[in-house]
Structures are given as C-alpha cells and as structure tokens.
Design a protein around this ligand. Structure first.
Ligand code: NAP
Ligand code: MG
Length: 508
C-alpha cells in the first residue's frame, strides 16, 4: 500500500443513523466486501430483521490491517501534538452528544436493551472520549534517579496496530472503551464488532472520521468471529489484541496471540458474589441487588449473580427482593418506563433456560420467574422472566457457571469468614458487592475478596476513571482508567551520559 498522502480528504459525511445497509470502514472509506456479501442484523425484541451489514472476508481484514499499519507507520495521527489528539476526541464526544437520541435509538433497536440502559451506556461512551481526551494529556513519562553523569527519562509511545474484538452486550460502550484510549495514545485500530450487534460500533467509527481522525486510524470489519477475529489475532502486523467476551474465546485468543507475542488485554466472564450482611440497610441492599442482577437483562459480565444473604435478615430481605422483582416492567424497550429489555438471541435464551432447568433438576427451587415470556406486540422476540432461584448448593452448575441472563442464585450465611471463602470459591473474579453499615467489616471483606471490582453499599460498578477488569479467569488488564493508557503504550527508557570524560568500560 502506498504512503498516506498529505492531500486533505473530505471528512466523512454523516448519514442517517437508521438505514438499510451498513458498510465496513477501511482507510477512511465506507466500503463493501471483496465477496459483496452482507449479513442480516436483527432487532431481538421483535425478532425482525433490522438491516443488512457488509460482511468482511479475510481479504478485507487484510486491507484493514494494512490501512491501520500504514496510518501508524507513516501517518500523522501519532505525531500530532497531544492537545490536538485530545481536541479530536472531544469533538467525537460533541458529535455523539449532538446525536444522542438517534444513537440511543439504534442501540436499543439492535440490542433489545431498555431505553434507560442504552441512555446510560451511550452517555458513558461520550464521557469515555472526554475522559481520555483529558487523561492522555497527563500521561507523561518520568525522570529517574541514576548515578551522576547519567540522565534517564522514559516516554510512552503508542504500541501500534490494535485489533479490538467486542461483544454484543454493550455494543456502543465496549466500542468506546476500546477505541477511545487506543487512539488517545496514538495507536491505529481494527475493530471487530459482535455479529449480533454491529451497528453502533460502525456509526462510532464514522463519527471518528467526521470529527477529524485521519484515514486508516480507525477501521471496522464486521464478520464472523471465528474467521475475522481469528485472522486479526494471528496477524503478524497486529501488535496488540484487546478482547471482551467469553472466557473460552479469551483462552483461544491468548494461545493464538502468543505465537507473535502480542500485547493482550482480556475482559472475560464473571460470576460475581453479592453479600448482604445482617446490619445492612435492607432497602438499599434490595434495590442494589435488584439492579446488580437485572440491569441489562442480566447480560452483563459483572452481573451480581450469586447472592449471599445473612440468615438473620433472610426472610425480610427475600420478601422485599421478590416483591420488587415482580414490579419490574418488561415491554417495549423504547418506553422510558421499561426496566428490562429482551435477551439478545434465541440461542442465548435457550442457554439461560437450560441453566434454570439444570438447577431444578439438581433440587433447587425457582421462587420467581424461570420461564420464557410473551410480550404483547413483541411476540417473536426473545424474552425471559427475571428469575430468582433458592435452595441451591455451591456445586450446582447454575451456581458455578456464568449464565449471562436475568437469573440470580441465592444462598444464606452466618459467618463473615465463611461467606468470604464461598464468595472466592469461583474460577472467576470480576465484580463483587458488599452491603453493611460496619465500615470495618466493609474494608476487611473488600480486601479479602478476589475480584477486580468491589462495590460497597453501591449498585454501580464503574465510572470513567475507575479501573475495570478481573482477577483469575475473568481476564487481565484494566480498562476505563488512566492505567489503560499504559496498555496502549510501550514505555521507552532513554539513558544518556552527559559527563565530559569518555567512558571506556573495557579499558582497551
Ligand atoms: P464470544 O464468542 O466470546 O464473542 C465475543 C466476540 O469475539 C465477538 O465479536 C465474536 O464474534 C468474537 N469471536 C468469537 N469467536 C472468536 C475467535 N475464535 N477468535 C476471535 N474472535 C472471536 O462471546 P458471545 O458468543 O458473544 O457470548 C457468549 C458468552 O460470552 C456469553 O454467554 C457470556 O458468558 C460471555 N460474554 C461475556 C462478556 C463480558 O463482557 N465479559 C460479554 C459478552 C459475552 P461473533 O460475534 O462474530 O461471534
Ligand atoms: Mg460465541
């Protein structure tokens, strides 16, 4: 591929966000694929087709890597003064703000999530760009203590071409978590959106160009993960892979990326414990536990899906928890009053129902939900009732494995030490929550929990600026925070000698 020319190309023209066909974007152009193929993307709330999306082939993925490589090796983005890059990130955020309602609507239509969830996630995506616009300006090197005559400083240099593979549960927000820090740092990216929800990541890529990101810096290639994702992970010209998705796919990616020793960030699954002590503010704990599991219809890697309630307050807590669960509204995702949207697909719904059935077979009790739902006006969509399961034991499948749906398993405890042990008895370690008024206990338990995130009397897991990521098989690397920039940069140490006597270590 030729060197990037200095000719000023027109900025990418904005289009209606709702359309019949979405292109991939390679080297600053909306393009069709080598094969001319497209695939259908659906509205999971109705089950109806929503639009066609250009389906990348490996030849297209190759072009995208070349474009990103070319932009990184010869382009101007990484050489811009950092304030100029920051200004473009702020412009991306400003365009997103000005088209907020449209972005929210397409996110809802493609994911089936509730309007309020999409509003929060699109707003956070905007704030991610604003956060990294600020953070990159402060992401400086250091001057280190060295013997006299020597001078050492470090500088952070962008790591290069990054393949960014994202899941369907937060289509816009995951794209923002990936793209914002990478381009702030000066990297070029090739994004592989989830096949079920490609639309908002494509629109975000368009907005990046509209805001002034040069061609080749942000490319997007929708297509099958096993083909396109794999191709990017194995590509020798890709320097880093950032992946969010399932733990099995994460392991596969880690093995393949090792062949070229790529930098790697993995945000994987979870089975997060939620511990309610006997001295908790029960109403706050009920509200937070409800949100903790049923937000985003439970399709959340940090869903607090293992609930541990102290025996002393179990009856009171459960009565309120079940009552509030019954008050949750499932319905038209575009209604402001809807709490829970649909499940992403028929196959995910079957996975969820399979876990519920396995719990029943193993002797558990479904006290609420536990079945598919039919919603008036959305009869062909994929809906599942918010589900509470009790009488479970630690070795049941539904207690050990990630369900990724609106299903919580509830256990009781009496002893602080014992519940910490139970909470840590998992291959995962992403989120966790503690409800207590005892500050000493909160701190003690927070420090013993093996998880990347601890929520104390708090329903939310993160804001831009707080580290997000897991212990154990929930992955490694932290996103959403200043330190994410370390993972998109290489630290270069420059050691120089300023003495006036030449050094001759061999003495020859
Ligand atoms: P997944 O298979 O891990 O997919 C995530 C992303 O990776 C998608 O873009 C997918 O593309 C791509 N991909 C799939 N196979 C790949 C491969 N061999 N090499 C490279 N990329 C590949 O997850 P999923 O199928 O969407 O969801 C399944 C389970 O993952 C869920 O039930 C849940 O347990 C977990 N999950 C976790 C999170 C999280 O945030 N931690 C998010 C979503 C899902 P395609 O879309 O084209 O397959
Ligand atoms: Mg998959």
């Amino acid at each position: 591929m030729a060197k990037v020319s200095n000719e000023k190309k027109p900025q990418m023209e904005p289009l209606e966000m709702k359309r019949d066909l979405y292109h991939m974007i390679i080297n600053g152009e909306r393009v069709t694929s080598e094969s001319n193929e497209t695939f259908t993307t659906y509205n999971p709330a109705t089950g109806a087709p929503l639009a066609q999306v250009v389906k990348a082939t490996t030849a297209d993925a190759e072009k995208a890597v070349e474009a990103a490589r070319n932009a990184f090796d010869f382009g101007k983005w990484r050489k811009y003064p950092v304030n100029k890059r920051a200004r473009v990130l702020n412009k991306i955020a400003a365009i997103m703000r000005s088209r907020f309602n449209e972005l929210v609507e397409v996110e809802v239509l493609n994911s089936g999530k509730s309007l309020s969830a999409a509003q929060g996630q699109v707003m956070q995506s905007i704030e991610d760009f604003e956060f990294y616009a600020g953070a990159i300006v402060g992401h400086r090197g250091t001057v280190n203590n060295v013997p006299g005559g020597f001078f050492n400083y470090t500088q952070n240099e962008p790591v290069g071409v990054c393949a960014q593979i994202i899941p369907w549960n937060y289509p816009m927000m995951m794209a923002a978590w990936k793209i914002a820090p990478a381009i702030a740092a000066g990297c070029s990216v090739v994004v592989k959106p989830a096949s079920l929800t490609p639309i908002t990541a494509i629109i975000l890529t368009e907005i990046c160009h509209e805001a002034g990101v040069p061609e080749g810096v942000v490319n997007i290639v929708p297509g099958p993960g096993a083909l396109i994702g794999d191709y990017l992970v194995e590509h020798p010209k890709v320097d880093k892979v950032a992946f969010t998705g399932s733990t099995p796919t994460g392991k596969d990616i880690m093995a393949k990326a090792s062949q070229t020793l790529k930098r790697l960030t993995l945000e994987l699954g979870g089975k997060s414990p939620n511990i309610v002590f006997d001295d908790a503010d029960i109403d706050a704990a009920v509200a937070g536990s409800l949100f903790g599991i049923f937000y985003n219809t439970g399709q959340s890697c940090e869903a607090r899906s293992r609930l541990y309630v102290h025996e002393e307050i179990y009856d009171e807590f459960m009565e309120k928890f079940i009552e509030k669960t019954r008050q949750l509204t499932l319905g038209n995702p575009l209604d402001q009053g809807t709490h829970l949207g649909s499940i992403i697909s028929r196959s995910q719904l079957e996975v969820i129902d399979g876990y519920v059935k396995s719990a029943i077979e193993e002797g558990a009790t479904v006290v609420e939900g536990g079945h598919e739902l039919t919603i008036e006006g959305f009869e062909d969509g994929f809906w599942y009732a918010p589900t509470i399961i009790t009488n479970v034991t630690p070795n049941m499948k539904a207690v050990r494995e990630e369900i990724f749906g609106p299903v919580v398993v509830v256990q009781t405890f009496t002893d602080e030490k014992a519940v910490v042990k139970e909470a840590n008895d998992s291959e995962y370690g992403l989120g966790s929550a503690i409800w207590t008024k005892d500050q000493g206990r909160a701190t003690r338990v927070a420090h013993q929990i093996q998880a990347g995130i601890v929520m104390v009397n708090c329903p939310f897991s993160a804001f831009p600026g707080t580290p997000f990521g897991g212990y154990k098989q929930s992955g490694f690397g932290r996103e959403l925070c200043v330190e994410t920039l370390d993972l998109y940069t290489e630290q270069k140490s420059v050691l120089s000698y300023y003495g006036n006597r030449p050094i001759n270590p061999f003495g020859v």
